[in-house]
Design a protein around this ligand. Sequence first.
Ligand code: GDP
Ligand code: IMO
Ligand code: MG
Length: 424
Amino acid sequence: MGKNRVIIGCQWGDEGKGKIVDLLAAEADVIARCQGGANAGHTVCVGDQKYVLHLIPSGIIQPGKICYIGNGVVLDPFTFKEELDFLTGKGINYAGRLFLSPATNLVLPYHKLIDAVEEETRGTASIGTTMRGIGPAYVDKVARHGIRMIDLFNPDRLRHRLEYNGKMKSRYIEGSADERADLELTFEKLMKLVDLFRPMVVDVSYHLNQAYREGKSMLFEGAQGTMLDVDLGTYPYATSSNTITGGVLTGLGIGPHMIDEVTGVVKAYSTRVGAGPFPTELIDEVGEKIRIQGDEFGATTGRPRRTGWLDMVALRHAVRVNGVNSIAITKLDVLDDHAEIKVCTDYELYGKRIHEVPLDLAELAHAKPVYTSMPGWCADTTGVTSFQKLPAKAQAYLNYIAKDLGVTICLVSTGAKREETILV
Ligand code: GDP
Ligand code: IMO
Ligand code: MG
């Protein structure tokens, strides 16, 4: 049997999942995305080429790999088309190896309009969404009036569902001069994509189960990160899907027996983009230094990411809710130039010291980090490919993280490129 792995973000997204999936895809047969949508931005750097993927699994860059987008994803068909064109422009042929679930809900232009209006209405409590229409599309899904991929192949049904949605969303749509509110235009634009999408639609659950029976090796690519999970993240400052391992099963239609290992991706420090609690946030020159050296600007929106020290309390939560067995630690090189590195071991909340996240994760807004200080290695680790060749202080930092979390390190990333990696 091939080994099947989940690759999941352990923090607030942007941990470097794209790099890890691309790298591990070399040894895999199948790569599948299970949740989220074009709010994700997964960067893959190969040679002098940089690819930022929003919807298409990061495995697509490796020639010949089969990629699936599952029912748990909310797919913006127009962004998807742009991404296909982008790949074609880069000389990557996806024909016959990229498949979509018929049950994938679509993100349509009116979802983006609603996302924008809702963010504005939230005022000072705005989430700082990516404006990709993610929340409104998931709302439609659970409200049972979402429009799914399969509806594209039945124009009468599509038109009927669009009209129904127009009624349900009349307060956003009726009388709006915004092009995104024009349902007839949306219908016409969708119809132009039907022939492109038709050959890609397959029973993803069936295909993955077949691949499993044939002993194929699979990678399940998570999007966002644990702390953005709609149930177990810092709600309401979260995304609208289950970003944790559980989302892999529901988002692809597979059973737990098809997962051999859960690899949590952990950035060597913390970042967050958008609003919401972030206990270890550094609003000082150290935070700015990390932002610049880590090039911490959103892959989807270009927004500067908030930066801070590693948060072990949040990571303990991530290891637990995902069932993480091994971790891939990324961006170690970004900390090369720090004489002192801090790690948050506990929080202080209302005068009490706590070792695990509080019952209500919204309380993270009041949690003060308790730090332990570690000496920095002050040496260049960029491109190091062997654990033993890392400075002793860098090894100590990595070992500290693994020991606290009770997991093994399977990989350390020392640069954005594929080969800048230590396989442990
Ligand atoms: P994802 O959303 O988890 O796939 O992560 P993003 O692609 O949004 O952000 C990670 C960023 O860090 C990208 O620009 C990557 O090219 C870059 N990156 C990944 N691993 C490393 C690393 O080990 N070192 C450095 N310096 N950059 C890295
Ligand atoms: P990847 O897969 C980092 C954040 C947004 C916002 C919140 C809700 O690249 O790690 P949404 O548009 O989903 O309604 O926004 O979630 N967010 C991400 N942050 N990486 C991501 O994806 C994210 N996807 C959403 O910034 O705070
Ligand atoms: Mg990203």
